[in-house]
Design a protein around this ligand. Sequence first.
Ligand code: ATP
Length: 211
Amino acid sequence: MKKFPQRTVTRAFMYLRALDSLIEEGKAYVSSGELAAMTALTDVQIRKDISVFGKAGKPRVGYDTRRLKQLLEEYVVQNVVHVVLFGVGNLGSAILRYPGFQEDKIKMVAAFDSDPNKVDKAINGISIYSLDKAKLLIQKKHVEIGVIAVPKQASQQIADLLVSCGIQGIVNFSPTTITVPKGIFVKNIDLAVEFLSLFWDMNAKKAPRYA
Ligand code: ATP
């Protein structure tokens, strides 16, 4: 498989999401300008990215939505990714309810929680289990990614558990760093940090410059 920079791959997923809604609306063609408006990227960026993936555009007509979707999928979509979630609190429940996970791409297989009041229930059809069921289920369902949404004191314990179950990709929503062995991929999403760094950027732009 051809290797692309992570940022290009992230943008490719944004184009795919936009293309899915265009196809749903019955649009056969889309211009780079329209895609730019839908993704909040520039049309120059879009043309540059798409030319890397292959030829899908016609001058003055735009990109064939289905053809472009197919092209992007050839590069960035592999098999369905199977995901489990740990910690069915406020954030974890919201993730389980999130409608943006399309079953043909991301399959939320199960959720786990240490609170006995939360287990043996289901959210959005996804069953919640006690932690002792994790290893068997993860291996039986060929889970590739684990999501951590437990409080920060418990996140390392869950990361260790995920690694011991053979999981190689972790999305960490807990507001702390986790340590994992080499070869394990981790994406840290600390919502508070995202908000504060955006606010910092906004203020840095406004701040007066001193000579
Ligand atoms: P809630 O209001 O349901 O408590 P919250 O998001 O405020 O939600 P947190 O304290 O962040 O709660 O915990 C998130 C979830 O993680 C809770 O459902 C909790 O039971 C669960 N949890 C805590 N420790 C562990 C652990 N070690 N393993 C698995 N789940 C855990």
